[in-house]
Design a protein around this ligand. Structure first.
Ligand SMILES: [Mg+2]
Length: 267
């Protein structure tokens, strides 16, 4: 964490000048206030208005949430956004729940794939991390990490036959059915990610991996309060302090991208 976003707006401005940028927003605690009952969550009319504006000037504005995609759309109520629900398993694009039906049948096959990979791969130095909808295979402690990496990728290719996506990290292969790297589906140079909880770390890390592979830039922004998880504070590049500040930033971004809209739309 390097400081408050409003003290570092120049960093975002230069990101915007580089190429088309996507905006990936968490819902609860980011664009809607945390409420005692989750079904009482709402998004203010002014935030809805600025999101609508941004959906016209940016190639991608997405809400990413642990709620169902449909529930997120009902709460936010802006049609032109991409809603990614249930931690990446459900998507609504162009008003249609495009991947929702495809994602859930993947879950049993992901479980099967994990079992098969455990059987097939030499276990020495490998650590399988089961994350529910996805899993990761860490090979940092393998006797020869390069060989381990190759055999992991080969086994995934043979067993999954292109039905899963892999993300390469530092000594880890992430295997995903519904990909958190939504940004790959859009012609983007980079992304701005904003969220307030540990669940956002997945997106921050996925963006970090894409960025380390090259050709992708991002800013990760945490909405922090006294009880924010320490990992979020330490992994985010910049911070905001409230939903009201998120709104202020979105308004700034809308002004900025409106001025640059010719560039963004044509690119
Ligand atoms: Mg949240």
């Amino acid at each position: 964490m390097r400081g408050h976003l409003f003290d570092n707006l120049g960093e975002v401005a230069s990101l915007l000048r580089e190429g088309p940028i996507g905006l990936l927003l968490d819902l609860d605690g980011t664009i809607s206030e945390i409420v005692p009952q989750p079904d009482e969550a709402s998004v203010s009319p002014s935030i809805k208005a600025v999101l609508r504006e941004l959906s016209r000037s940016l190639p991608l504005v997405s809400i990413i949430t642990g709620r169902s995609a449909g529930q997120a759309r009902d709460i936010v109520g802006v049609e032109d956004l991409v809603y990614v629900g249930n931690h990446g398993l459900e998507w609504i694009i162009d008003g249609r729940e495009t991947l929702a039906e495809e994602a859930s049948p993947y879950l049993p096959s992901m479980r099967r794939l994990l079992v098969l990979l455990r059987e097939k791969l030499p276990l020495e130095g490998l650590f399988f991390e089961d994350k529910g909808g996805s899993f990761a295979i860490h090979y940092r402690h393998a006797p020869d990490p390069g060989v381990a990496r190759e055999s992991i990728l080969k086994a995934i290719e043979e067993l999954a036959q292109g039905e899963v996506r892999t993300l390469m990290g530092k000594a880890v292969v992430d295997v995903l059915c519904a990909d958190v790297s939504l940004v790959k589906e859009f012609p983007l140079f980079g992304a701005i990610l904003i969220g307030d909880d540990v669940t956002e770390l997945d997106s921050f890390r996925a963006a970090g991996k894409l960025s380390s592979e090259g050709g992708f830039a991002f800013k990760s922004i945490a909405v922090v309060s006294a009880d924010s998880p320490p990992e979020l504070k330490s992994e985010a590049e910049l911070t905001l302090l409230s939903v009201a500040e998120v709104e202020r930033f979105l308004v700034w971004l809308a002004d900025k991208t409106d001025l640059d809209s010719g560039f963004h739309r044509n690119d």
